[in-house]
Write a protein that binds this ligand. Structure first.
Ligand SMILES: Nc1nc2c(c(=O)[nH]1)N[C@H]1C(S)=C(S)[C@@H](COP(=O)(O)OP(=O)(O)OC[C@H]3O[C@@H](n4cnc5c(=O)[nH]c(N)nc54)[C@H](O)[C@@H]3O)O[C@H]1N2
Ligand SMILES: Nc1nc2c(c(=O)[nH]1)N[C@H]1C(S)=C(S)[C@@H](COP(=O)(O)OP(=O)(O)OC[C@H]3O[C@@H](n4cnc5c(=O)[nH]c(N)nc54)[C@H](O)[C@@H]3O)O[C@H]1N2
Ligand code: SF4
Ligand SMILES: [Mo]
Length: 704
C-alpha cells in the first residue's frame, strides 16, 4: 500500500499518543488540512477502539491559542513577542554557553513532562542532550507517578526498568489496587481494549478493585474501599496470610528467591488491629481475598499510581510483587509477567544510585532526580546553583507540589527555555517558548508501550501533515542548538545530530524479533501495525534478573529499612481526613483543557462522604476551605458516598493562567498547593500526592 505524503489529501493511518493505549487512528486530510479524526478499525491491536481525547487532538492541532512560532519573553511573566528561530536559538546558545563555561553542568537543570514519553523526537534527544552535557539535575513527572515502582523493581530484580504487568488475556482473577483503567486506559500496561479484557476476566472469574473511591472500574466489578495511603498495611496482611496459611509457592521461592524467611518473620509485626485502623478494611476480608487469589490458577494483582504517591509507596510496590511471587503467580501465563519488548534493551540503564549533592544525597531513579529538590536547587545560592532550566512537555506549576515556590524559582533563573505547544502556567516564566509538533506532525513508534503490551504489537506512524506554522520537533531543534553551542563553548562538546528513527531501527534489528526481519522499513510497509505475537512469552524471564545471583530479593537492606520506617510510623488518626486525586476521561493531567467539548461539562469539586459532611457541618454545593500543612484552597463540595469515609477527593491540573483562553475560563483550583514540596519518600524521591492529611471547614453553612 502506498503511503500518503504528509499533507496529501486522503485518509492517513496513524495512532494516538496521549496515553499508554496507543489506539489506532485515521486522519482525513482535505486541502492539506486534517478535517476528521476517527478510529482505525484495521489496526489489529486496538481494533477500532478510541476515546474522545484522540479525535480532540484535531482541535489542539489547529487551536488558535496554540504556540506555532518561537516566543521571547518581554517584561512580566506571560508576556511574549514572536521571534525567528535563528534569533531564538542564537541567543539561547550564547547564554547557555556562558553559563556552561562559567559554572559547568551543575548550573543546568531540566524537567521532562508526561507527553514527552509518547514522542520519539523528544525521547531520543532531550535526555541524551542533557546527559552529554553532563547534566545530572534532570527532573521529570516520574517523581509523581513511577519512581517508587522503579525502586521496588530495583530492590527485587536488580533493575529499575523491569516492571511486571498482568497478563490480562489469560488471567481469570485480577486484583487492581490503586488504578482506574476504565478511565486512564492503563498505565505501564498497554491494552487498548482494556474494558473488554477486564469484562472477559470477570466472565471467567473475578475482577476486584481496591480503591478509596467507587471508581468507574470499581463500579463495574467488585469494590473494596480502602483508606488512602493505607493499603501498604493491606498488602502486608495479604502476604502474611499467604505465609501463615501455607499458601506460598515453596518450590518457586526455594529456586528463584532469597529472603522469604526474613520477610515472613518481619510480617509477624503486622496485627489485625493495626491493619483495620490503617486501611479501614476488615482483616478477614483481606485474608479471604488472599486465599481466593492463591487458589485461582491464573491470577494477578496489578497496581498503579494510587499506591505510588503515599508515604510508603516503594514498600507498597514491593509488597504488590511479593503477593504475586509468593502466591505462585509470577512469570506464569495469566499472572504477573514481564512483557516482550521488540527493542533491544541491553544498553538501557536500570540503575539506582544515591548521588551526593550540596543539598544532601539524591536518589537517581531511571535517570531522574527527585522533583522536590528542583526549586531548592534554583533558589539556594552558592556553588552549583541552577541558573539555566530546560522544560519539555511539562507543566510542573500545576502538576507538582509547591507551585508558589516553583514560580519564584522559575522567575529567578538566568535562562529558562520551554518546548511546548501552549503558553502554560509553567512556561509563562520562560525566556523562550519553542513551538513543537503535535503527534499529527511527526513520526513515532509506541516506544513507551513496547515493554507493556499484553499482546505484543508494533507500528510506525508517519507525519499526517507538515508542522503547523513554524513548529519543529524536539530533535531538530536540539540538533540545531547543539551545533550552535559547539561553536561557542570552551568545553569539549562532541554531540552528533539526533536521529531517533535510526536509533530505533538499530534497536529493532537487534531486538527480540530482529532476526525475523523487524525493522523500521518493515513497519513502514504495514501502516496499521504488526501483531508480533498473540500473547506474552513468559519463558526466559530469568534472563531479565539483574542481581548477581540471578535471584529475586524479597529482603534486603532497603526493604528492611522501609519496614522499620513503617513499624515506627504513628498510627492513623481515626478522625482525620485524607485527600486523594482522581482522573477524568475528558481531561489529561494539566492540559487538553482548551478543547471546549472536553471541558464543557467539567467543574472540579471536592468529593466528600455524607458522614464526614455531617460531622463537619458541610452541605451539598457548599463552599469550603481545604487546609493541609502546606497550604489551603477554596472549593465547592459535592457530597457522595462514592468516596470512602475519612477521605476527600479532588482532581489535579486545574486553575489555568496561560495562553489557553478556554482553559483559563474553566475554574477549579491547583490541588498541588496542598502537597508538601519539602516532603518526598527518601528512597525513591516520589512526591506525596495521595493520602495528604487535610481539614475541611465550611464557608457557607450546611443549610444555605
Ligand atoms: N495532585 C496530583 N498531581 C499530579 C497527579 C495526580 O494524580 N495528582 N498526577 C501526576 C502524573 S501521573 C503526571 S504524569 C504528571 C504530569 O505532569 P506534567 O508532565 O508536568 O504535565 P502535563 O499536565 O502532562 O503537561 C504536559 C505539557 O506538555 C504539553 N504538550 C502536550 N503535548 C505535547 C507535545 O507533543 N510536545 C510538547 N513539547 N509538549 C506537549 C502541554 O501543553 C503541557 O504543557 O502530573 C502529576 N501530578
Ligand atoms: N483520561 C485520562 N487518562 C489518563 C490520565 C489523565 O489525566 N486522564 N493520565 C495518564 C497518566 S499520566 C497516568 S500516570 C495514568 C494513571 O493511571 P491509573 O493509575 O490507572 O489512574 P488513576 O486514575 O490515577 O488511578 C489511581 C487510582 O488510585 C486511587 N487511589 C488514590 N490513592 C489511593 C491509595 O492510597 N490506595 C489505593 N488503593 N488507591 C488509591 C484513586 O482513587 C484512583 O482510582 O493515567 C493516564 N491516563
Ligand atoms: S484511549 Fe488513550 S490512546 Fe486511545 S484514543 Fe484515548 S487518549 Fe488516545
Ligand atoms: Mo503519569
Amino acid at each position: 500500500m502506498e503511503r500518503l505524503r504528509p499533507g496529501q489529501d486522503g485518509r492517513h493511518v496513524t495512532f494516538c499518543r496521549i496515553c499508554d493505549a496507543f489506539c489506532g487512528l485515521t486522519a482525513d486530510v482535505q486541502d492539506g488540512r486534517i478535517v476528521k479524526v476517527g478510529p482505525d478499525r484495521d489496526n489489529p491491536h486496538s481494533q477500532g477502539h478510541i476515546c474522545i481525547k484522540g479525535p480532540s487532538m484535531l482541535a489542539v492541532t489547529y487551536d488558535p491559542d496554540r504556540v506555532t512560532q518561537p516566543l521571547r519573553r518581554v517584561g512580566a511573566p506571560g508576556n511574549f513577542e514572536p521571534v525567528s528561530w535563528d534569533e531564538a536559538l542564537t541567543d539561547i546558545a550564547s547564554r547557555l554557553a556562558t553559563i556552561y563555561d562559567d559554572h559547568g553542568p551543575e548550573a543546568i537543570a531540566s524537567f521532562h513532562g508526561n507527553p514527552g514519553a509518547y514522542n520519539i523526537s523528544g525521547q531520543f534527544s532531550f535526555k541524551p542532550f542533557l546527559d552529554r552535557l553532563g547534566v545530572w539535575k534532570q527532573y521529570s513527572s516520574a517523581s509523581q507517578d513511577t519512581t517508587s515502582r522503579a525502586v521496588a523493581s530495583y530492590a527485587l530484580y536488580g533493575s529499575s526498568i523491569r516492571r511486571p504487568l498482568p497478563d490480562l488475556p489469560r488471567c481469570d482473577f485480577l486484583i487492581i489496587v490503586g488504578a482506574n483503567p476504565l478511565v486512564s486506559h492503563g498505565s505501564v500496561l498497554t491494552a487498548p481494549r482494556i474494558r473488554e479484557d477486564l469484562d472477559a476476566i470477570a466472565q471467567r472469574g473475578r475482577v476486584v478493585v481496591v480503591d478509596p473511591r467507587l471508581t468507574e472500574t470499581a463500579e463495574r466489578f467488585e469494590h473494596i474501599a480502602v483508606r488512602p495511603a493505607g493499603d501498604v498495611w493491606m498488602l502486608a496482611y495479604m502476604v502474611k496470610t499467604l505465609f501463615d496459611e501455607g499458601l506460598e509457592d515453596l518450590a518457586f521461592l526455594e529456586r528463584h528467591t532469597v529472603g522469604a524467611r526474613e520477610l515472613r518473620s518481619a510480617l509477624g509485626q503486622v496485627t489485625a488491629e493495626r491493619v483495620r485502623q490503617e486501611c479501614g478494611v476488615e482483616p478477614e476480608t483481606i485474608a479471604a481475598l488472599a486465599r481466593d487469589f492463591a487458589a485461582a490458577p491464573r491470577a494477578a494483582l496489578y497496581s498503579r499510581v494510587g499506591i505510588c504517591r503515599g508515604p510508603f509507596s516503594t514498600l507498597a510496590n514491593v509488597l504488590v510483587d511479593c503477593v504475586n511471587i509468593i502466591a505462585g503467580k509470577f512469570a506464569v501465563p495469566g499472572g504477573w509477567v514481564f512483557g516482550n519488548s521488540p527493542l533491544n534493551a541491553e544498553g538501557r540503564p536500570g540503575g539506582y544510585t544515591l548521588r551526593p549533592s550540596r543539598l544532601g544525597p539524591m536518589p537517581i531513579v531511571i535517570g531522574y532526580a527527585p522533583f522536590n529538590a528542583l526549586a531548592e536547587e534554583i533558589l539556594t545560592s552558592g556553588d552549583g546553583q541552577v541558573r539555566a532550566f530546560f522544560v519539555t512537555s511539562g507543566n510542573p506549576v500545576l502538576s507538582a507540589p509547591g507551585p508558589e515556590r516553583l514560580q519564584a524559582a522559575f522567575e529567578s533563573l538566568e535562562l529558562m527555555v520551554s518546548f511546548d505547544i501552549y503558553l502554560t502556567e509553567t512556561n509563562r516564566f520562560a525566556d523562550y517558548i519553542l513551538p513543537t509538533t503535535t503527534f499529527f506532525e511527526r513520526e513515532d513508534l509506541p516506544v513507551l508501550g513496547f515493554p507493556n503490551m499484553v499482546r505484543p504489537f508494533a507500528q510506525y506512524a508517519a507525519p499526517v501533515i507538515p508542522p503547523v506554522g513554524e513548529a519543529r520537533s524536539e530533535h531538530i531543534i536540539l540538533s540545531d542548538l547543539v551545533a550552535r553551542l559547539g561553536a561557542l563553548t570552551d568545553r569539549p562538546l562532541d554531540i552528533a545530530p539526533f536521529d531517533p528513527l535510526a536509533a530505533l531501527d538499530g534497536l529493532l534489528r537487534t531486538g527480540r524479533w530482529g532476526q525475523d526481519g523487524l525493522s523500521i522499513e518493515r513497519l513502514k510497509a504495514a501502516p496499521h501495525g504488526v501483531a508480533l505475537a498473540d500473547n506474552i512469552d513468559v519463558s526466559g524471564w530469568e534472563k531479565q534478573m539483574r542481581h548477581e545471583d540471578g535471584r529475586i530479593r524479597l529482603w534486603d537492606d532497603l526493604i528492611a529499612g522501609e519496614f522499620d520506617r513503617l513499624w515506627s510510623s504513628p498510627p492513623a488518626d481515626a478522625e482525620g481526613l485524607r485527600l486523594f486525586g482522581r482522573r477524568e476521561l475528558r481531561s489529561m493531567n494539566s492540559w487538553m483543557h482548551n478543547v471546549d467539548r472536553l471541558v464543557r461539562q467539567q467543574s472540579p469539586v471536592l468529593q466528600m462522604h455524607p458522614d464526614d459532611a455531617a460531622r463537619h457541618g458541610i452541605g451539598h454545593g457548599s463552599r469550603a476551605v481545604v487546609r493541609s500543612k502546606a497550604g489551603s484552597m477554596e472549593v465547592d463540595v459535592s457530597i457522595t458516598d462514592a468516596v470512602t469515609a475519612g477521605s476527600v477527593c479532588y482532581p489535579h491540573g486545574w486553575e489555568h493562567d496561560g495562553g489557553w483562553q478556554r482553559a483559563n475560563a474553566t475554574g477549579g483550583h491547583n490541588v498541588n498547593v496542598l502537597a508538601d514540596p519539602a516532603a518526598a519518600e527518601v528512597v525513591s524521591g516520589s512526591s506525596f500526592l495521595d493520602g495528604i492529611e487535610v481539614t475541611v471547614t465550611p464557608l457557607t453553612p450546611a443549610d444555605a
